[in-house]
Design a protein around this ligand. Structure first.
Ligand code: CAA
Length: 692
């Protein structure tokens, strides 16, 4: 088997691409396809050509790993498509699995496209910070019209073959054997002349308003991003200039997007997310158990949100509360959430009932005796958690996973009260738990490999991105965010206004700055943590400006008053009294306020995350810098196009990060300093350890 096999079916030449796992357009594929086309051109007995993918899919796109290669070494997708476009005999793309990006572009370079009905096609390049660079921006609008093409290219989401068929993007849906159907179709079309070419067609529905609306739309949906506006410009060119001119322009804009830090960031996250699923010591052979039922303790916001993940995946849940009224309230919230989704048309009322039917509410903890996994989701108090785990140890069946949703506490200590610490693990969901994709999987000292592997598989099943972390105060995400919160408060203490600090992070692309985030999470939580930490360390009761705000009963959004004021729109409004409180605080402490630029604020905050991240890496709490980036993107809204905090720092240059940390009075972590001295990046660090 070669990378592109040539086989004859009488008068049709079949070119089969064999480049597992997803038939990406890697080196060798263009050469093989071009050789096949040359062979077909040279042989009068060949009347048509079929291109098909071997294995599980058609071509899933350009090979993203080759994006870092110099241009002359990149696989020649554009040349291959040009050759197809000018080819004198009919060519048929036979699609199963996914035809994505360069895969769909290749198919659109063919004369015809056939597909099995469960195939999917799309141009997802925007998700990698690039644009369809092999004719997609010029051909897709010519097939499906300007509006639909913009929708597909700007969302990056694929469509089903059946929809593509209705749109004319697929010429025939093949029932049964794809190859046989494709060959039959090729024979039917073998004598069609002139050959229809997408590049000859006009663009339907290309009014200036369509492009203006798209430009307006991306201000919100893709704020701060480069490639969406390039996509719109090119789609407009498809409608307004000859094909060749649009095709040439696309090549230049593709390179511009590909070489941008935004695309490097998004590509980094694409691979980091897949890499984070790999855990040293855990293999395909590590035994896992199938989770067929779940128990959840606590029907509050977290418990209810966690339950919804299982219900959505069709896994029955028993949810336990201490009192009936709390249980009823929790259930009502879950139902209301589902009904709201149904009102938006994203679920039917039958779906709501099916999910609610999988939920068993109870105030009797012994009802958890048959559950395969039990997740404790009560408030952060070690004594309460220990009490629950002692009871669970007596109730749960042997082999059940006993998980805590703690966001900061020591999972080893929790496990120590059971007779089966190997079954205990931390599963830290992020609020709102039914929405946020991140799941920090906290591996305690005695957690067994099997419990860890089962938890990773479970994360996938309930559509979360699971990242394994070690035990420490706050694990990865919250430990870093605590440091970030400290720095944010310090910046205000020194002279900035909270709204300016938030704006400096909004400018980096975070939907919420540190104070907007703490108002949302509840200021009392951070307050309690600071009080507790001071007590443990034998220090005086903390008395920062923020502590004083909380002591006025302002707990954030939930009391409609925190650092900011809130009305029903939940939009933060600065409060003059709080500003005065801050000024009085500075005066009392003898602090002369100074002007802090947005640039200083952004750097201090972003680099405080990075510095703590570097310590976490050194301590082995996170396995890779890439894992930290995945955690920040899926758990804290760090913009994916920045690649996460560690990748962002690498883009800035680690030596400049070190210099800035020192300039602003933070001590750089030894690992950060070492990498900076050696001129390396965090990706180099991951690669050094074989984890890149
Ligand atoms: N290039 C290189 N490697 C790729 C790849 C690509 N386009 N697509 C997937 N892979 C790799 C993954 O990294 C993964 O590798 P490991 O096993 O080593 O981790 C492996 O293929 C399997 O991928 P998934 O784990 O994601 O498998 P899945 O079955 O869950 O999903 C998929 C399959 C839907 C194709 C998904 O991988 C995907 O969405 N891939 C990206 C598709 C894409 O973005 N294509 C456009 C590329 S850009 C382009 O084409 C530019 C252009 O216009 C010229």
């Amino acid at each position: 088997m070669s990378i592109v096999d040539q086989t004859r079916q009488d008068d049709v030449l079949v070119l089969t691409i064999n480049n597992p796992p997803v038939n990406a357009f890697s080196p060798g594929v263009p050469e093989g396809l071009k050789a096949g086309l040359d062979a077909a051109a040279a042989d009068d007995t060949v009347r048509a050509v079929v291109i098909i993918g071997g294995g599980r899919t058609f071509v899933a796109g350009a090979d993203i790993r080759t994006f870092n290669l110099p241009r002359e070494q990149s696989p020649d997708l554009r040349g291959t498509i040009q050759k197809l476009d000018g080819f004198a005999k009919p060519t048929v793309a036979a699609i199963h699995g996914t035809a994505l990006g360069g895969g769909l572009e290749l198919a659109m370079g063919c004369t015809y496209r056939v597909a099995v009905k469960d195939a999917q096609v799309g141009l997802p390049e925007v998700k990698l910070g690039v644009l369809p660079g092999a004719g997609g921006t010029q051909r897709l609008p010519r097939v499906v019209g300007a509006q639909k093409a913009l929708e597909m290219m700007l969302s990056g989401n694929p469509i089903r073959a059946t929809e593509a068929h209705q749109l004319g993007l697929i010429d025939r849906i093949v029932d049964g054997d794809l190859l046989a159907g494709a060959v039959e179709f090729a024979r039917e079309m073998a004598d069609a002349r002139p050959l229809p070419r997408i590049s000859d067609r006009p663009v339907e529905g290309a009014s200036p308003e369509v492009f203006a609306a798209a430009r307006e739309g991306i201000k919100k949906s893709h704020r701060g991003q480069l490639s969406p506006s390039l996509i719109i410009d090119l789609a407009e060119m498809a409608a307004t200039v000859p094909f060749q001119q649009g095709w040439d322009a696309e090549a230049g804009k593709f390179m511009e997007a590909k070489d941008s830090p935004q695309s490097r960031g998004l590509r980094h996250i694409f691979f980091a997310e897949r890499e984070s699923a790999r855990i040293p010591g855990i293999t395909k052979d590590t035994p896992t158990t199938e989770i067929k039922s779940a128990g959840i303790i606590g029907a509050g916001t977290m418990g209810g949100g966690i339950a919804m993940n299982f219900l959505n995946a069709g896994i029955p849940v028993t949810i336990v509360e201490t009192a009936q009224d709390a249980l009823d309230r929790g259930l009502a919230v879950i139902r209301r959430n589902y009904e709201n989704t149904a009102k938006k048309g994203r679920m039917t009322m039958d779906d709501v009932e099916t999910r609610m039917g999988l939920l068993t509410p109870t105030v009797d903890m012994t009802a958890l005796k048959d559950a395969d996994i039990i997740i404790e989701a009560v408030y952060e108090n070690m004594d309460v958690k220990k009490d629950i785990f002692t009871k669970l140890d007596a109730i749960a069946k042997p082999g059940a996973i006993l998980a805590s949703n703690t966001s900061t506490l020591d999972v080893n200590e929790i496990a120590s009260v059971t007779t089966r610490p190997e079954s205990v693990i931390g599963l830290h969901f992020f609020s709102p738990a039914n929405v946020m994709k991140l799941l920090e999987i906290v591996r305690a000292d005695k957690t067994s490999d099997s419990v860890l592997a089962t938890s990773m598989a479970l994360a996938k099943k309930i559509r979360k991105v699971g990242v394994v972390v070690g035990v420490c105060d706050g694990f990865v995400g919250n430990r870093m965010v605590h440091r970030y919160g400290d720095e944010a408060r310090k910046i205000v203490e020194e002279g900035a206004r909270p709204e300016d600090v938030d704006a400096s992070m909004n400018a980096l692309g975070l939907p919420m700055g540190p104070f907007q985030m703490s108002d949302m999470a509840g200021l009392d939580i951070g307050y309690a943590i600071r009080q507790h930490q001071a007590k443990v360390a034998g220090k005086l009761k903390p008395d920062g400006w923020l502590d004083r705000i909380v002591e006025r009963g302002r707990k954030g959004q939930k009391t409609q008053a925190g650092i900011y004021d809130y009305d029903e729109t939940r939009r933060p409004k600065p409060n003059a009294e709080m500003q005065q409180l801050i000024e009085d605080y500075r005066a009392e402490k003898g602090i002369t306020p100074r002007e802090i630029t947005p640039e200083e604020s952004t750097k201090r905050l972003a680099y405080s995350l990075v510095n703590e991240g570097a310590k976490i890496l050194e301590e082995g709490i996170a396995q890779r810098a890439g894992d930290i980036d995945v955690i920040y993107i899926y758990g804290y809204g760090f913009p994916a196009y920045r690649g996460g905090p560690m990748q962002y720092a690498s883009e800035q240059g680690l030596s400049s990060v070190v210099a800035d940390l020192e300039k602003y009075g933070q001590t750089p972590a030894p690992l950060l300093k070492r990498l900076a001295d050696e001129g390396k990046t965090f990706a180099d660090y991951d690669a050094e350890r074989g984890r890149g």
